[in-house]
Design a binder for this molecule. Structure first.
Ligand SMILES: *Cc1c(COP(=O)(O)O)cnc(C)c1O
Length: 823
């Protein structure tokens, strides 16, 4: 977008303070993402947990001069000379209003997509199908929220020929605002699932809320076989035409006659207005098939010829809604975002690279291909890219392709250009990269997988995928039970419940969590070395680790007098005063902690008679906060804690944070949150109250090494345990109990998922290998297998084993590589 400040003020109905009529090209809602201060307009959004107003001084110092605010900063003329303030009642509403006005400037088809699952895939596939014929503006990644949608809609520009935007809601009443901004002419309702059901009383209520997006659409596309959707369509007073597709009803406008699944593709045969057509999809899972049918319906309505649709469907690419971070060779970190390449996603990826703490000062390197179909001239396009490269702190650029090479003079960093990927691979340059953070960003046709493969460490094919976006959603889920002022400790002990503590801690630090907690001092030191600056609590400080605590300012838990004396002694020797410690009281666990009934007087006295340590918090732990069976006991624990912790507080003039709730307690006992809460399992996606998955974070995956047919008389594995009942196909997987796959899951006790279907373990699980029965499951060598995760809840495994999900998650061995991604 490109508006003057005065125009924006009139569009959003703001009162303007300041004289300068700046030109605005960038809208900013998150101060950490600033790149172009002079032409940025910052919206100081107020959320439950944060107030954007707090970031104005920092942004001002960094050169931003235009702000949309809910209240004027005090003495703004004195403290912010030359700044422009647009005063409104609600900065969020103003942002949305601006998007609405901006949208109204455009008379073009806009596809609005909602539903519980598949929104981003349908959007990205439509983009892939339509792109060769028209200039598409779409939501970047899954920007589908109250803030994401206005930022997406404001990307519409004179070159746009069609808009495709996602709308996601989690609560009643949210869709109306999104509908006003997107103003879709074509609506698509994707699969309706369980997500966010907790905020709605019935699936119908949620469906009707979603349908509010479509109230002024010309056409609504949906699955006519889904009863909830069809019932709600009639209840929701939808005016537009309906394009229901069906696999059962031959009279439907779009009748799906047959879905034929083969080994690695699916043929879908349909008739549209009674005319037959078909396409081949390079996927076989049900979700992909359903998503492709939604795309088919939209393309038929847009009058794309059937042959063209068939041709493009055959080449659909899996949608990588993610930016992968992995360790590379020679101490490089690889950020792989090489599935699409446009200027918006480039900026997001560069921002992501910049925001990661970079303590060892690795060089920031960008490997970038030509950007296709931008609708801009080469000079303009690469001029903008060069500005980004500059503002986003890229130190080395490797450009691939004729266009970027021809514009090489625009870049002023260390730069290298190659005509194509092969030339780069052949140059040997990649092997020379070391100690760098490397962002790989390329259009599909440049096959950047080859670059990422070459830079990556070769590893065991078993990986744990960790979804950092889901982690943040879980964090927000728990924050929704809390008062804004209540502080939070996030537990990243046991390698963040198996997910790997460093990347998790980076994400939590970025999200403003107050404290992180680990078990031992060395784990804390690792966090410090990785650039974590947040307060870190050490739950089990060993006597031998005191110097590590002092050196890295890691705050120990103190649970008895022996430890207290030893730490006072050690701190004195180092001449340390006021070192922060956390006092643990044992109110019923009978584990570690001071006795709240008998120890308080002596504890207070001892703490008062020294200067080396200062108690900054006091806490205890519930024995059974997850279950009403223990509610009476939890109440006793709380009463004991409440009394004893008050005594401690009353004895000191400074305030001491009191905390007792863990994940289950946060949800079940809002009245007991006190000053702070401690979030553990729930952060990693398992709700301890009912063992349901909130948003899945970790997925343990492996690949099929070998498939073989064996006779019914054969046995499989050690001790001839795997006896077969029939001639079978057996697949071998490179994962065993040494990776954390519990041996008791073997011998048919549990299953994994191969291409979405269950395959049971056959015979004993070995140390590094296991075998599964795939007699009825179409699969081949190299196919991906899910051990637990997105489609197979970890609780299925823990239930089979008669244990708790905590144990299964923390058992994943450190030799299993972790790959992190942003949803
Ligand atoms: C592990 C732990 C927690 C977190 O418990 P969850 O049930 O995982 O939420 C909280 N407090 C203490 C002291 C812990 O050790």
């Amino acid at each position: 977008m490109h508006y003057s400040l005065s125009k924006i003020a009139s569009l959003i109905g703001a009162r303007r303070y300041g004289k300068d009529d700046a030109i605005i090209d960038w809208l900013l809602t998150d101060s950490r993402s600033l790149a172009f201060p002079e032409t940025t307009l910052f919206f100081a959004l107020r959320t439950q947990h944060n107030d954007g107003q707090r970031y104005i001084p920092d942004l001002y110092r960094r050169g931003v001069r235009s702000f949309v605010v809910g209240s004027l900063p005090e003495d703004h003329e004195k403290f912010f000379p030359g700044a422009n303030f647009l005063l409104v009642v609600s900065p969020l509403k103003a942002l949305q209003r601006l998007a609405e006005r901006h949208r109204e400037e455009f008379n073009l088809p806009v596809i609005g997509i909602t539903g519980s699952n598949g929104k981003t895939v349908v959007k990205e596939w439509l983009y892939q199908i339509l792109l060769p014929d028209m200039s598409v503006t779409r939501s970047p990644r899954s920007y589908n929220s109250q803030v994401g949608v206005p930022l997406s809609v404001c990307l519409l520009n004179e070159g746009s020929e069609i808009g495709i935007f996602e709308a996601g809601i989690s609560q009643p009443g949210e869709m109306q605002a999104l509908a006003g901004m997107i103003q879709p002419t074509i609506g698509i309702m994707t699969h309706l699932g369980e997500a966010h059901q907790e905020n709605f009383s019935t699936p119908e209520e949620k469906c009707i809320e979603k349908l509010a997006l479509f109230k002024d659409c010309q056409l609504i596309i949906f699955n006519g076989d889904d009863k909830t959707i069809t019932d709600c369509m009639s209840m929701a007073l939808i005016r537009g035409n309906q394009l229901a597709w069906s696999r059962k009803d031959e009279d439907c406008t779009l009748f799906i006659r047959a879905v034929e699944k083969y080994k690695d593709n699916t043929v879908v045969k349909y008739s549209y207005f009674r005319e037959d057509g078909q396409y081949t999809l390079p996927f076989i899972d049900d979700a992909s098939i359903e998503n492709s049918i939604h795309c088919l319906a939209a393309c038929l309505y847009l009058q794309l010829p059937k042959e063209v649709i068939g041709e493009r469907m055959a080449h659909l690419e899996p949608v990588a809604m993610r930016l992968e971070v992995k360790e590379g060779a020679r101490d490089c970190i690889i950020i792989n975002d090489s599935y699409n390449n446009d200027i918006t996603s480039l900026d997001i990826a560069l921002d992501f690279m910049n925001r990661r703490p970079n303590p060892s000062n690795r060089c920031h390197t960008l490997i970038l291909s030509d950007i296709m179909q931008s609708g801009m001239s080469s000079e303009e396009l690469y001029g903008r890219v060069a500005a980004m490269v500059n503002h986003r702190n890229v130190q080395k650029l490797i450009g691939i392709g004729p266009d970027i090479s021809a514009q090489g003079h625009l870049f002023h960093t260390d730069k290298h250009f190659f005509p194509d990927t092969e030339a780069l691979l052949a140059s040997g340059m990649l092997q020379g990269l070391h100690d760098e953070v490397i962002l790989i960003k390329g259009s599909r046709k440049y096959n950047f997988e080859q670059i990422s493969d070459l830079l990556s460490l070769k590893v065991h094919e078993t990986i744990l995928e960790v979804n950092l976006e889901a982690l943040v959603e879980n964090l927000n889920f728990y924050r929704s039970f809390m008062k804004p002022e209540t502080k939070m400790v996030c537990m990243v002990k046991a390698s963040a419940y198996g997910a790997g503590s460093i990347e998790i801690a980076k994400t939590l630090q970025d999200r403003g969590v107050n404290y992180l907690a680990v078990a031992v001092a060395d784990e804390g030191a690792d966090l410090r070395k990785a650039g974590i600056t947040r307060n870190v609590i050490i739950m089990n400080p060993e006597m031998s680790s005191f110097n590590t605590l002092f050196e890295h300012r890691l705050e120990p838990e103190i649970y008895n007098f022996t430890l207290l004396e030893a730490l006072i002694h050690a701190a004195k020797k180092e001449g340390i005063t006021n070192f922060p410690v956390h006092i643990k009281l044992d109110t019923g666990m009978s584990r570690l902690g001071f006795n709240p009934k008998t120890d308080m007087e002596r504890l207070i006295d001892r703490l008062k008679r020294q200067k080396a340590l200062i108690p900054v918090s006091v806490f205890s732990h519930f024995v059974g906060s997850d279950s009403p069976d223990f509610d009476a006991f939890s109440a006793e624990q709380f009463a004991l804690f409440d009394e004893a912790s008050r005594r401690l507080q009353d004895a000191f003039p400074h305030s001491i944070l009191r905390h007792i709730c863990n994940s289950a307690g946060i949800q079940r006992f809002p009245e007991r949150h006190l000053d702070m809460v401690r979030l553990g399992l729930g952060l990693y996606g398992v709700n301890p109250i009912n063992n349901q998955i909130i948003h899945n974070v970790s997925t343990l995956k492996t690949t099929i090494l070998q498939v073989r047919d064996v006779a019914a008389t054969t046995t499989v594995g050690y001790s001839r345990k795997g006896r077969l009942k029939r001639a079978s196909r057996i697949a071998v997987l490179p994962i065993g109990y040494a990776d954390g796959l519990n041996r008791h899951l073997g011998n048919g006790n549990c299953y994994c998922l191969v291409n979405g279907q269950k395959a049971y373990y056959v015979g004993n699980i070995c140390m590094d290998i296991c075998m599964i029965d795939v007699t009825d499951v179409p699969c081949k060598e190299g196919d991906t297998v899910e051990i637990f995760g997105d489609h197979l809840p970890v609780t299925v495994l823990s239930d089979t084993l008669g244990t708790i999900p905590y144990e299964v998650l923390t058992s994943v061995s450190s030799r299993v590589k972790k790959v992190y991604f942003q949803g």
